[in-house]
Ligand binder design. Structure first.
Ligand SMILES: Nc1nc2c(c(=O)[nH]1)N[C@H]1C(S)=C(S)[C@@H](COP(=O)(O)O)O[C@H]1N2
Ligand SMILES: [Mo]
Length: 391
């Protein structure tokens, strides 16, 4: 008798507006639709999470030591998947939230301890998902609007969100299985607006596909012409590929043009080196076509030419598989140094590049010397290199 009589119970009299039992009539608020969207999001979030962890591992201690040098284009694929699944998740998430939001007013609000826990974990799940997707898009569109706050916040929020997602899947698996087990006939039922559930799902899938394809033009040449939403084209910029930060923005123009430039090789070496640009040009030159793959999603194939890091190590009397810190003469900033791990140091295609696409390196691409190597995230391909410090 607790909530059954709307006339007499004082609790029942609270059930007005969205709390009324018949407040939401649209059949789009169905468990079946919620389950289909939920499973799709489960897939896109999982791929996005794993590829995000790989991207972190490729860049940050302690895992960067194990990131392989081959296949050379691996990071381009994992990061492409990261961006594509993140973008596809946006319409899926909005549709899912719209489908299930009447549950916010579920009555009674809490049915027990487990139910309370499940409902509370919705806060980090929903807030975390929204933060991840929208901060990711801002990052793609505006580069790094928050400096290094972005990767750290994006990384830790992803762990919280995935934790909440695991709880959510555990709580909803049975309901979803039951909802999906039912006949699919009522997917076709017309609803108030005339939109069927199948039509709704179709529209959501189409927007996810469209958003993904129009952004994927950043990295996938065949889709370039479709890259309407891509913030930049991978074939535009000096020497035919984009510039993330120009020499002027980095404040290195004067030092880059200084005739007294020397590349120094220091640390655990038997012969420290100080090589002028002429010295570097006189060393054996190696060519390699390698992509530059920015974490933001764009990538471009470039024909590089320069001196193998392995060759320089040999001349400095250092072992082949050492770890190296690379320093730019760009002062400060998050991008002014990077690491080369043992596998990358040994790889002959890890280059101190002097040329790109057949011409001397443009100053905005890192003249006089930039680092480039197989399977390295864009941000680790340090420009305006001044020093290699062997560990
Ligand atoms: N010294 C220095 N190196 C740098 C950067 C920078 O800002 N400063 N940007 C990095 C990033 S984030 C990317 S994606 C690539 C971009 O290379 P490009 O400008 O030659 O296309 O360089 C990397 N190397
Ligand atoms: Mo980048």
């Amino acid at each position: 008798m607790r909530h059954t009589s709307r006339k007499h119970s004082p609790v029942a009299s609270l059930r007005r507006g969205p709390l009324a039992p018949d407040a939401f009539k649209s059949k789009l608020h169905s468990q079946r639709l919620a389950s289909i969207l939920g499973i799709s999001l489960g897939v896109t979030f999982s791929i996005c999470f794993i590829t995000g962890l790989l991207s972190d591992a490729a860049q940050n201690a302690p895992l960067w030591s194990w990131w392989p040098a081959r296949p050379a284009g691996l990071y381009r694929i994992t990061q492409g998947l990261h961006i594509a699944t993140g973008i596809a998740s946006i319409p899926l998430l909005l549709a899912k939230l719209w489908t299930v939001y009447p549950r916010l007013w579920a009555w009674p609000p809490v049915e027990g301890v487990l139910h309370a826990v499940e409902r509370i974990t919705l806060i980090p799940l929903v807030a975390g998902s929204i933060f991840l997707l929208f901060s990711g898009v801002w990052n793609i569109a505006l580069w790094y609007p928050w400096g290094f706050f972005f990767p750290t916040a994006h990384y830790w929020t992803s762990w919280i969100t995935i934790g909440a997602l695991v709880v959510h899947i555990g709580a909803k698996a049975t309901i979803a299985r039951r909802a999906l087990g039912r006949s699919s006939d009522h997917l076709l039922q017309p609803i108030d607006s005339g939109l069927t559930r199948r039509g709704f799902l179709g529209a959501v899938t189409a927007s996810a596909a469209l958003l993904t394809l129009t952004t994927a033009g950043q990295t996938w040449r065949a889709l370039n012409p479709l890259g309407l939403l891509a913030p930049l084209r991978p074939d535009q910029g000096p020497q035919g590929f984009p510039v993330f930060r120009s020499a002027q923005a980095a404040g290195v123009t004067k030092k880059a043009r200084d005739a007294g430039y020397r590349l120094r090789v220091e640390g655990a070496v038997s012969t420290p080196l100080a090589l002028s640009l002429e010295d570097l040009r006189a060393l054996p030159q190696r060519q390699a076509t390698l992509p530059i793959t920015c974490v933001n999603g764009w990538s471009a194939d470039v024909r590089w030419k320069g001196v193998s890091v392995a060759e320089v190590l040999r001349r400095a009397g250092a072992p082949a598989d050492v770890e190296i810190t690379v320093e730019s003469f760009e002062a400060g900033g998050a991008f002014s140094s990077s690491h080369i791990n043992g596998a990358q140091a040994q790889d002959p295609d890890t280059l101190l590049a002097l040329e790109a696409n057949g011409d001397p390196l443009h100053i905005d691409h890192g003249f006089p010397v930039r680092l480039i190597g197989p399977n390295r995230p864009g941000v680790t391909n340090t420009k305006w290199v001044e020093k290699l410090v062997v560990q």
